[in-house]
Design a protein around this ligand. Structure first.
Ligand code: ADP
Ligand code: MG
Length: 289
């Protein structure tokens, strides 16, 4: 049976925009040791904007953008929205066939009978295409390939959420031993964020299933009662959210699957709400015991 006090705790949390799906999760928060954050949409806004377009010989920047946009029309990834916003407004995506979204990598589809790839280096290297065409200082690089020919790259930028730094500092103050970031994005982007936010460690260029494996490895390392939370916006995160001791989803940006898989939902998408949840949990414990 759940002690009555935990119902009070759930109510107190919900008043702060923190949805807790059971008293046992408040209890787990009181024993939290480690927190893993996803990057895009979790520590960053997930509002990408196209910053620069690079076109290979024989192509214009507009052609690179418009071809990518045709493929991205069917994706609900934040990257897709930024490319569509920067492309010509009259994109005709009717001649698209064999659309396949490769999570953590990009998209593959046929346009007018030609195979088009839109995605990161991992996607290119998997197909044994020459990668490293363009290395960005701090931007996400989306490459466009037509029939195995590289035709250009789209550089997009995202912003760190305004409360992300204080959120991590707060978790440390509350006794969290390790705060980690896992991302599918490139190492350079990841490193810059790790430095800015004071995270303990990170791993970049991970596929969604590699995030699950990495989380499982961290779970297996857990000493005695230490619990592990995973915080994500839910785009490809549902499996990790389900696996962690405490899965925390962003309620606004998050996908339905993530909100369903999560144990706690932060309605305002602010990472700092996790620290608040820890405080509510700690107050609740004081009332219960
Ligand atoms: P994160 O781990 O930061 O939340 P994702 O796992 O959603 O990111 O995506 C990882 C990477 O995969 C992106 O940084 C991008 O390079 C590539 N990618 C994913 N979806 C798309 C898409 N729709 N178009 C182009 N690239 C994509
Ligand atoms: Mg994500």
């Amino acid at each position: 049976s759940i002690p009555l006090g935990f119902f009070g705790g759930i109510g107190a949390a919900s008043k702060r925009g923190i949805l807790v799906k059971g008293g046992n999760y408040l209890e787990a928060l009181n024993n939290l040791d480690r927190v893993i954050f996803d990057k895009t949409g979790t520590l960053t806004e997930g509002n990408f904007e196209v910053d620069e377009v690079i076109a290979a010989k024989g192509y214009t920047k507009q052609e690179v953008l418009d071809l990518a946009a045709k493929v991205e029309v069917h994706s609900n990834h934040p990257i897709a929205q930024s490319i569509l916003a920067a492309s010509s407004k009259d994109i005709n995506a009717e001649d698209i066939e064999g659309y396949e979204e490769l999570s953590g990598q990009g998209i593959k589809a046929k346009i007018a009978g030609e195979e088009v790839l839109v995605g990161n280096e991992k996607l290119l290297s998997k197909l044994a295409l020459e990668s490293n065409r363009y290395k960005s200082e701090d931007k996400t690089v989306v490459n466009v390939v037509v029939e195995e020919d590289y035709i250009g790259s789209i550089l997009i930028a995202d912003q760190i959420k305004s409360d992300a730094k204080e959120a991590i500092a707060e978790l440390k103050e509350l006794g969290i031993k390790e705060v980690v970031m896992l991302t599918g994005d490139n190492k350079i982007v990841a490193e810059r964020i790790v430095d800015k936010l004071g995270l303990d460690s990170y791993q970049a260029e991970l596929l969604p299933n590699e995030k699950v494996k990495k989380t499982e490895r961290l779970l297996a390392q857990s000493s005695n009662d230490g619990k592990l939370a995973f915080v994500g916006d839910g785009i490809n995160d549902a499996p990790v959210l389900a696996r962690a001791d405490v899965g925390v989803a962003m309620g606004g940006l998050g996908s339905d699957a993530a909100i369903e898989a999560a144990d706690i939902v932060l309605m305002t998408d602010e990472p700092a709400k996790l620290g608040e949840a820890l405080e509510v949990a700690s107050d609740t414990k004081r009332i219960v015991w």
